[in-house]
Design a protein around this ligand. Structure first.
Ligand code: AHR
Length: 520
């Protein structure tokens, strides 16, 4: 069932005109409930694949690099990522995962074999970033690792031994790990058994993959105190049959089932990241918001087999996907990131909150230099993207108790030359959560022209004062941060909210994202 967070009616919407400026009024009623789910921090998860310069150059430069680094990891990237409180990081792919043989990435770096990354531009990699480098990176940033393991071109034994190498407290694999510099086992919770197994992960039919999944996961053991959370490779977009078959045949063998959804509507002509018309902007938001229906439909199927909602739906790849920047390797998926991408991020996170009872993890694609990334690097330079700012502004929602909001938003209906489907984009999207006596409210105004006056009665909430308020907006929706202009898009203190007589009153500018924290 679709669970759009802005659809429940309690409608107080009116339009009035004041000179040329149109202002839309919306009343939002918080409905806190004891039975509301917690928002899994893991929906703020990230994904780092061996693809383009995500790992090599983006995260890892090696200890001998001139770029300031800690044990080979870029200091600027480490510092930026710390702010995001990243809960979980998926690695090494993506499509790369089903061609990755982990033994090539352990032992002395100078002895590691090179490999051709045949999924992504044929780039030759030296395997200097492998299992130890990934787990150390996660340890430095306090991130839960999520391994995506090779089913397509790997053996059961290879996968089983990888888990043993990482997590066993003793035995032959533990000895080998110790010889390579790590005595204590790492903790590994999230284990993905294959990636896009219907495509680059082996071109399986769902019935065949369900059997293979059951077999592979059998031999991935819990060593010592480690407890695996096993994830089956799930559907993309509208492939509901895949979810149905996997749930029917393997639900008892999995803890999670994945789903991939990218904001792209024409794979042959994805469009430029930084140049687009208002129509294409609204169309993009409409396509991004379609994830609400897609999750709802997959969740309905899961409910049929798992009404207790034991199995998590993990949207472990999502985000925008544009044409690569001119002059860059088409296989490296390097794209810029504008305020439009920030809008997609905020709207999508709001949708995930609405499914907090089933969506337990989501991993935006990807961490650095690939697709809708958090950071972009160019040699020694680094900028954070508008999408990064959204993730930073939304951190207070991690582990918050969802506060359902009742309101109705006006829609912006946009025809598009790119499709005969009318896109209906809600002007206002909102989400709220409560944690440690603080209430965090995040609001998005998607309109490029109109501002909104939002009224939120606080009588159901035990807060009466704004303790912090930030806004992300920019004069042009296509604004972005680039080397030499790293702060074109950045959050500022928001001064458009006050509490008056128990009401939170907010003037939300056009094309803006606001996060407010309220306390007593
Ligand atoms: O994120 C880029 C690619 O998109 C991943 O490797 C693959 O899983 C998906 O098709």
């Amino acid at each position: 069932m679709k669970k759009s967070i802005s659809l429940i009616s309690f409608v107080i919407v009116s339009l009035f005109f004041c000179s040329n400026a149109k202002t839309v009024k919306v009343e939002i009623t918080p409905q806190p409930s004891e039975v509301s789910p917690l928002i899994s921090p893991e929906i703020y998860g990230q994904f780092a694949e061996h693809l383009g310069s995500c790992i090599y150059g983006g995260i890892w430069v090696g200890e001998s690099s001139d770029i300031p680094n800690t044990k080979g990891y870029r200091n600027d990237v480490l510092e930026a990522l710390r702010e995001l409180q990243i809960p979980v990081l998926r690695w090494p792919g993506g499509c790369f995962a089903d061609e990755y043989h982990w033994r090539d990435g352990i032992g002395p770096r100078e002895d590691r074999p090179t490999m051709v990354n045949s999924n992504w531009g044929g780039t030759v990699e030296d395997n200097s970033f492998g299992t130890h480098e990934f787990f150390d990176f996660c340890e430095i940033l306090g991130i839960e690792p999520y391994l995506s393991a090779n089913v397509g071109s790997g053996t059961v034994e290879e996968m089983a031994k990888w888990v043993e190498y990482i997590t066993a407290p003793d035995g032959p694999m533990a000895k080998e790990r110790e010889k390579n510099g790590r005595k204590e086992p790492w903790k590994l919770k999230y284990l993905g058994v294959g990636n896009e197994s219907w495509g680059c992960g082996g071109s399986f039919l769902p019935e065949a993959y369900a059997d293979v999944y059951r077999r592979y996961q059998t031999y991935c053991r819990n060593f010592g105190n480690n407890r695996l959370y096993k994830i089956a490779s799930g559907a993309s977009d509208y492939d509901y049959n895949w979810t149905d078959v996997l749930m029917k045949k393997a639900k008892n063998n999995m803890d999670g089932l994945s789903l991939h959804y990218y904001t792209v509507w024409d794979w042959a002509n994805k469009g430029k990241a930084t140049e687009f018309t208002p129509d294409v902007y609204y169309y993009t938001l409409g396509k991004a918001l379609e994830i609400d229906d897609v999750i709802g439909s997959h969740a309905d199927i899961m409910d049929k087999y798992d009404p207790e909602k034991r199995v998590g739906l993990l949207v472990d790849e999502w985000g925008t996907w544009w044409d690569v920047e001119p002059g860059t390797n088409p296989g490296h998926l390097y794209q810029q990131n504008t305020m439009r991408d920030a809008m997609v991020a905020a709207l999508t996170l709001n949708v995930f909150h609405g499914y907090a009872d089933r969506v337990r993890m989501a991993n935006i694609a990807q961490l650095a230099n690939v697709l809708q990334s958090m950071v972009l690097t160019n040699g020694p330079e680094m900028v954070v993207t508008p999408t990064y700012h959204v993730f930073r502004m939304y951190t207070p929602h991690q582990n918050g108790k969802l506060i359902p909001l009742n309101f109705n938003s006006p829609y912006i209906e946009v025809p598009s030359e790119r499709s005969d489907v009318m896109r209906k984009v809600p002007m206002i999207s909102a989400t709220a959560s409560e944690k440690d006596g603080k209430v965090t409210v995040s609001l998005v105004n998607t309109s490029l022209d109109d501002k909104a006056e939002i009224d939120i009665p606080l009588m159901n909430l035990d807060v009466n004062r704004i303790s912090s308020a930030e806004i992300l907006t920019s004069p042009n929706i296509s604004d972005f941060n680039d080397f030499g202009h790293p702060e074109t898009v950045r959050p500022n203190e928001f001064k458009g909210a006050t509490v008056k007589k128990g009401n939170l009153e907010i003037t939300l500018p056009a094309a803006s994202i606001v996060t407010l924290t309220l306390t007593k």
